[in-house]
Design a protein around this ligand. Structure first.
Ligand code: NAP
Length: 288
């Protein structure tokens, strides 16, 4: 009798109580005919964190774990602890997926950048144009890196313009260097007609502060943009509602979350990921 492999995947981060990654990955395993589980590993950001994550990595090296995702606040720590890094992880400066290579080393990958690009293409955005990114934190790094390396001209607007400038300068290698500006009506107004995609990477509008919006109240949205909000809780933020009311296409962050998970699943199993199954499981779990 042949022993079938029981896959053990998991997520390191803190807090994790609201994560829907287990439902998404369990659905992918069930659909693909794989036995296994996806477990949460909450690790607080304290002086024990490095040791606890290194310990989980040793399980991955030994083969008692088969794949790990990493989320806030440990994406930079995972970058330091991995044995080697993909070009994307290096460029973004953060690791959200850890995989064991055949030679036993742990590869740090970033699937957020590819996940985001996959999702905007899925919504019909193909040729590289002009993107306006609101916020310059962790998720903005992946979005800006992905867009800039796919040939987009990227504007980064942040309330602390020096944070936007630092992010713009840290993106090495693209043909068109990202530009920074302040997140206020005066600075944004003259850029609006050229914007093809507007992306919110700030937490403004996320549950429970659902009445907040990152967009200045006295400014119309760009007239011809697809409006993309990385937030997926709630499924329709105030920003997306305004976009829809102005007749603009509006997309929430569930597709990106499913796509980054799908890329991780494919890396861990070597099988094609059932993206639609994962997105469906995610939306069902978020609505439960
Ligand atoms: P982060 O690293 O904390 O960055 C947040 C950014 O938003 C920073 O630039 C921050 O500026 C800015 N910001 C915060 N409050 C603001 C305010 N009141 N006005 C203007 N700017 C403000 O957070 P993150 O990890 O990038 O996550 C951001 C959001 O993206 C979260 O809602 C998260 O759930 C979502 N997300 C979704 C996905 C997905 O797959 N769909 C993936 C990752 C993240 P300061 O530094 O000045 O505070």
């Amino acid at each position: 009798m042949i022993d079938t492999l029981y896959y053990r995947f998991g997520l390191i981060g803190y807090p994790l109580a609201h994560s829907r990654s287990p439902e998404m990955h369990r659905a992918a395993m069930a659909y693909s005919g794989l036995e296994g589980n996806y477990q949460l590993y909450p690790v607080e950001d304290d002086d024990q964190a490095e040791m606890r994550i290194a310990n989980l990595l040793s399980h991955l090296r030994e083969g008692s774990l088969h794949g790990l995702n990493v989320t806030i606040p440990h994406k930079q720590r995972a970058l330091r602890l991995a044995d080697c890094l993909s070009g994307v992880a290096q460029g973004v400066g953060a690791v959200n997926t850890l995989t064991r290579l055949p030679d036993g080393r742990i590869l740090g990958e970033n699937t957020d950048a590819g996940g985001f690009l996959y999702d905007i293409r899925r919504h019909g955005i193909r040729p590289a144009g002009h993107a306006l990114v609101l916020g310059a934190g962790g998720s903005a790094r992946a979005v800006v890196y992905g867009l800039a390396h796919a040939g987009w001209q990227v504007l980064i607007a942040a309330r602390r313009v020096e944070q936007a400038r630092e992010l713009a300068h840290s993106i090495a290698g693209p043909a068109r260097q990202p530009q920074a500006l302040a997140l206020d009506s005066q600075s944004l107004a003259r850029h609006l007609p050229a914007i093809d995609v507007l992306i919110n990477t700030t937490p403004l509008g996320m549950h429970p502060h659902i009445d907040a919006s990152p967009w200045p109240a006295d400014l119309p949205l760009p007239p011809a943009a697809l409006v993309y909000d990385l937030i997926y809780n709630p499924l329709e933020t105030r920003l997306l509602r305004s976009a829809r009311e102005q007749g603009l296409p509006a997309v929430n962050g569930t597709g990106m979350l499913a796509a980054q998970g799908a890329e991780a699943f494919a890396l861990w199993t070597g099988m094609p990921a059932p993206y639609d199954v994962m997105e469906h499981a995610l939306i069902q779990a978020l609505q439960a």
